[in-house]
Write a protein of this length. Structure first.
Length: 96
């Protein structure tokens, strides 16, 4: 799964130039889930990017999904996203 986290990180850095990025692999908690049995991982992404400034939550999520589109639905089965502009970001907002 570390390879998948590295892939997600690389794609997000390339597309969104994050100032802060945290990726949690939640796959172990979903081991019996159908998508996990088929090989797809479950991940939580917390990301801070200037590209999110002035964007709605839906637009931000679409930007993240767009950066990861070639990993969906194969490598990534489920993705939880916390997306912030630099102005909104406070370190406590990224904790799970």
């Amino acid at each position: 799964m570390k390879e998948r986290v590295a892939l997600i990180e690389e794609r997000l850095h390339r597309a969104l130039e994050p100032q802060a990025l945290q990726i949690n692999d939640d796959s172990a908690a979903h081991a019996s889930h159908a998508g996990a049995r088929e090989g797809g991982g479950h991940f939580t992404v917390s990301i801070v990017s200037r590209h999110f400034t002035g964007k709605s939550l839906l637009q931000r999520h679409r930007m993240v999904y767009g950066a990861l589109q070639d990993l969906l639905p194969g490598e990534i089965h489920a993705l939880s996203i916390k997306a912030f502009s630099p102005e909104e970001f406070q370190p406590s907002t990224t904790t799970t």
